[in-house]
Design a protein around this ligand. Structure first.
Ligand code: ZN
Ligand code: ZN
Ligand code: ZN
Length: 384
């Protein structure tokens, strides 16, 4: 995907526009500075993804005046051209970067400062010690709602990521990834390899939960050997980027397959799950609330008598991070708007026996849901 054909805007322009929106929101919220350490806000705004090192990375973005990005000197070669007027200030091993960052804010200039949700506790503690009288809030209070709404370029990148993951899901459903007689770990490794072959920069996770292990939603693929009759939950995703050096976006898909003909109970449960997932997707329309998507999926499951088997929220936003705003959960009244991107992933879990989940990434389009994942939604029966 070439950036020019997607949005007609250079990445620098997109990021400069984001910077403007962030500053407008800071002014609204009476926040004098945004401090971004590692985490997704920094690449979203600057194109630079910092490694989560113990050494400090910190963008000091004041409401007015020159923003400065402090990076460990050894990381400076990895920093791409920065948008807008952001200055790069590599710091050397004998300098105290927190004092440099505090000084960049100016004395007494910052009554309220927002700091990356993912910053280390030592960064917050060090800043608090140097900025006496400053109150701190989470950067997501400023950026979360902005980052949650994807622009056309981001949607296109998410679509490419989803279709790369779809290819792996289709291979799984077609029986091209053998299950019976292999351990979960072997299958997980093959899924991960295929994600990379399909163009992912790296793999974030590759869950394979077979038989009773499928009843644990985040089961870590282990030594259990998959046997005929097993229901197998496969949930996998990675980061896909349009080019080297560009910021990547995440894929995340779950498909459930069964080894050999399933008993009627499994088929019946799956029919409920499939209907619930479709109802959740259909509810992803502009003007609905995030919690309406959860309710739509949950009602189908509750009405079928399995309400207590659906033990997690229906979904999570997705973008540069695997999990971000908006969360699809009861109580989240955030009105959905065009560009919101999130998973719809109900599941049914029967402890000690089996589990099942069905997950797609969905973008809210102008007239309704735009489901990015197209892999078949049925219960795939593979050879035993
Ligand atoms: Zn999950
Ligand atoms: Zn998932
Ligand atoms: Zn997910």
């Amino acid at each position: 995907v070439s950036q020019a054909t997607v949005s007609g805007e250079a990445p620098g322009e997109r990021r400069a526009a984001r910077l403007q929106r962030v500053r407008a929101r800071m002014a609204e919220m009476d926040v004098q500075a945004l401090l971004l350490s590692h985490g997704a806000d920094l690449p979203w705004l600057t194109g630079y993804r910092a490694m989560p090192l113990e050494r400090l990375t910190l963008l000091v973005l004041p409401l007015e005046g020159e923003p400065v990005l402090f990076v460990p000197a050894l990381e400076a070669p990895r920093v791409p051209d920065l948008p807008g007027e952001i200055a790069l200030r590599p710091w050397h091993e004998t300098e105290d970067p927190l004092s440099l960052a505090a000084a960049a804010l100016g004395p007494g200039a910052a009554a309220r400062v927002a700091l990356s949700d993912r910053a280390w506790a030592v960064t917050l503690l060090g800043l608090q010690a140097r900025l006496v009288g400053t109150s701190f809030l989470a950067a997501s209070d400023v950026t979360g709602a902005l980052r949650a709404v994807k622009d056309p370029f981001e949607i296109e990148v998410l679509r490419r990521a989803a279709s790369a993951a779809d290819g792996v899901a289709a291979a799984l459903q077609a029986g091209e990834i053998p299950l019976a007689g292999r351990s979960e770990r072997e299958v997980s490794r093959e899924i991960a390899e295929r994600l990379v072959e399909a163009g992912h920069r790296h793999v974030n996770f590759s869950i394979v939960g077979s038989g009773p292990n499928g009843a644990s939603p985040h089961h870590d693929a282990g030594r259990r050997v998959i046997a005929p009759g097993d229901v197998v939950v496969c949930d996998f995703g990675g980061e896909w980027a349009p080019a080297d050096g560009e910021v990547g976006y995440c894929s995340d898909i779950t498909r459930t397959v069964v080894v050999g003909d399933p008993p009627p109970e499994v088929r019946d449960c799956y029919a409920v799950l499939e209907a619930a997932q479709a109802a959740g997707v259909a509810a992803a329309r502009p003007g609905a609330a995030a919690e309406d998507v959860d309710r739509a999926a949950r009602d189908v499951i509750s009405d079928a008598g399995y309400g207590d088997r659906f033990i997690h929220r229906t979904g999570h936003g997705i973008g540069i991070e695997e999990h971000e705003d908006p969360y699809v959960v009861a109580g989240n009244r955030t009105p959905l708007v065009e560009g919101h991107a999130f998973s719809v992933e109900p599941g049914l879990y029967f402890a000690g026996r089996f589990g099942m989940r069905l997950e797609d990434i969905v973008v809210v389009g102008p007239d309704g849901p735009d489901a990015l994942n197209r892999a078949d939604h049925g219960l795939a029966v593979v050879g035993g």
